[in-house]
Design a protein around this ligand. Structure first.
Ligand code: GLN
Length: 280
């Protein structure tokens, strides 16, 4: 069996499971097995596969057939132009979170600030910010110890570990510190809607990273309330939120002495991130 035949067989199996990216996924998984770039595999499709390779490939295809996200199978996901290690203990970084990074870099370029990332997960937000803001420092917290381990590895990988402290901690337990910027992509999915999520998300991504409780706002409210204590005056709180949460979250921010500086929209015109400032 050559590479093309194996690729086709994998792609057919995925298609039967109604996986839309079946061809691409099959190519990615074969490249993983062969430990080569996808392009290299594609220019040499006549290459003959040995039994070990066929076996390993079919194993990965089986995992993908059960809807396991490609990022978990590959153990990495690209975010803000860099590859981040991920596993089942961390949410998979999403492109909408990059909107937040983009705006924050514009605001803080060349400045020297202290950042707290709440629910850091893979550390993708904090690590990306510190790569771009070389004079700044940060703390990343998460209640998942295993997520913190992954975040540490990512910080080390990109040489920002000396400027980051990662702690397994809930935001409630944070005292006696003040930051210039708080960022968070908190769990914001309404607990009643978790069951409507795609299988790939629901069955594989960590529930604690998704479940935002009542209306999906429980954690967001906690973060906003606590932010008043751990943010400097005129410090900013940058939040990623769900599609339909902009009004409610804005209201909550205003009640808690924040003004909203930016509403950041995704390409579908939904407000997905809010940047606000603590004014008193
Ligand atoms: N901060 C991480 C991310 O944006 C994890 C967020 C989370 O677990 N809710 O991907």
């Amino acid at each position: 069996m050559n590479a093309l035949e194996l690729l086709n067989s994998g792609s057919d199996k995925l298609q039967r499971q109604k996986i839309r990216s079946s061809r691409l996924d099959s190519e990615i998984l074969l490249s993983k097995v062969l430990n080569k770039k996808r392009e290299e595999v594609l220019v040499k499709l006549e290459r003959v596969m040995n039994r070990g390779e066929i076996f390993a490939f079919n194993d990965l295809i089986q995992r993908r057939m059960r809807k396991e996200p490609i990022a978990y199978i590959m153990k990495e996901k690209e975010f803000w132009g860099k590859k981040f290690e991920v596993d089942k203990n961390t949410l998979i970084p999403r492109p909408e979170t990059e909107l937040l990074i983009e705006k924050l870099i514009k605001i803080y370029k060349y400045k020297k600030i202290s950042i707290l990332d709440i629910g850091t997960g893979s550390g993708c937000i904090l690590v990306s910010l510190l790569i771009e803001l070389p004079n700044s420092i940060g703390v990343g917290i998460d209640i998942s110890r295993k997520a913190i381990e992954i975040a540490r590895k990512n910080a080390l990988l990109y040489g920002v570990d000396k400027r980051i402290k990662f702690l397994t901690k809930s935001i409630i337990k944070l005292h006696n510190c003040k930051f210039d910027l708080l960022v968070s992509n908190p769990p914001y999915i309404d607990k009643k809607k978790i069951r409507n999520l795609d299988d790939g998300i629901k069955k594989f991504e960590p529930l604690v990273a998704l479940n935002g409780g009542n209306d999906g706002l429980d954690v967001i409210k906690k973060v906003i309330y606590k932010a008043k204590e751990i943010l400097k005056i005129n410090g900013r709180l940058a939040l990623e939120i769900g599609n339909d949460q902009s009004k409610k979250v804005s209201k909550e921010l205003k009640i808690n002495n924040f003004i909203i500086e930016r509403y950041i929209k995704d390409y579908k015109d939904n407000t997905r991130c809010l940047i606000s400032k603590l004014i008193k």
